[in-house]
Design a binder for this molecule. Sequence first.
Ligand code: SF4
Length: 492
Amino acid sequence: MIYTKQEFEKIRKASLFSNLPNIITEQKPLSELKNQEIPDHDKSFVGLKSLSHREFNSTEFWRDIPAFKNVTKDEFLDVKFQNKNTVRNLAKLEEFTKGIVDKSFIEDVRQGIKHAPMNLSISPYLLSLIDWANPYEDPLRIQFIPVQSITKENHPKLMLDSLGEQGDSPVDGLVHRYADKVLFLALDVCPVYCRFCTRSYAVGGDTELVNKMKFNNAPEKWKKAFAYIASRPEIEDVVVSGGDAYMLAPNRLKLIGETLLSIPHIRRIRIATKGPAVMPMKILSDANWSNALIDIVKLGREKGKEVALHTHFNSANEITEITRQAMLHLFKNGVIVRNQSVLIKGVNNTLESMVHLIKKLSYMNVQPYYVYQHDMVEGTEDMRTSVKQTIELEKNVRGITAGFNTPLFVMDAPGGGGKRDVHSCEYYDEVTGISIYRSPSVNEQNIYLYFDPIESLPTLGQKLWEDKTIHDELIKNAIKNSGLSSYTPVLS
Ligand code: SF4
């Protein structure tokens, strides 16, 4: 909604901005502005709804949940409480949701777990933010709790290691795809488990669907990866991930940071964690961990190198006043925080939800860096969107705020092509949902194919995929029509 200046004045005086006149009259240097004539401008004032990203829930919201009604603020804000009460199995979820959800929902989860690539693990913080009156449509439930009733059949081209990371791994727990960058997979556990995890082939414990490969979780085993990085002078950039760096003991986090920073050719380190989105109080209540992070950021600065935290908010519903305080603590201590979201149906695939998320992140000095097209991971078909929708969303998002706070919408090209601008596809057939990307910096000869979820296709496209005998032909035709037949398709 857009207001005239007069209407806006009325609202301003009566609401959120009621303290503005005081600020102007009492505080220098703003008091100098008091008698300025403010010229009229054609640009209308935006509605207050457009400014709602500045509001942060500072209530004791967890007390609305019967299981936490007696939990004090001090307890809830303690990371030990969060870890101890993280729900890791169905029985615990049932106990926690007693009286607030229907039994049929729990039964739905029981069946959903059977076909999920990730185990159940969800923090009290997230549990308290889910709308239990409508869990099916809640963006946090969608990300962390599988239900059978909305499961969609996998697209025939979905796979577990859709990015082909294992094929680019010279040493266990290290992915070297781009010449100057490596991904160091330091551990295989996380504070919560996301249903859509790209690394579901390795992260978390085994499920009924997947027997996972294991990463190197111990410093002794990391030595090989460190030695490889030190032996390759072209590497300047290391992403420390897993799993999730939130789960690294402070001394191990420091050991990784100090070792990598001591390698002369390493210029940039990114510590990857979803932690701030799912358990922000750790930053405020686990001083050993936060200080370890801040120390390596400082050490990096002393050496003229950048150490940044890369986090993973997908929904503004993950953000409260606790988050804001946590991000403020990092900001005041010089930690750069960037965000990488995954585009997920029902979570952030509308313009309103994406803009709200971007603005809220920017307001907390968290830079919205990437929005990823959902990877083609088995068991997540209900969460994917089409390339068409992502391109449309990107068009509408660009221009809503400053460019450096506008995320790049990217496709992590399936089979190991790395990140591509989502709209940079060489070819896209909206009927079959096949898009084709090139990634010359990774491999000049390869082409990489992405497949939209079948449900998002027009009726003709859906019918075509019904016939298994023509799947290869659909792909061959797409390649032929793209004019890229002389390239090698990567279909892992
Ligand atoms: S926190 Fe990251 S690594 Fe862990 S399950 Fe979620 S997406 Fe996967």
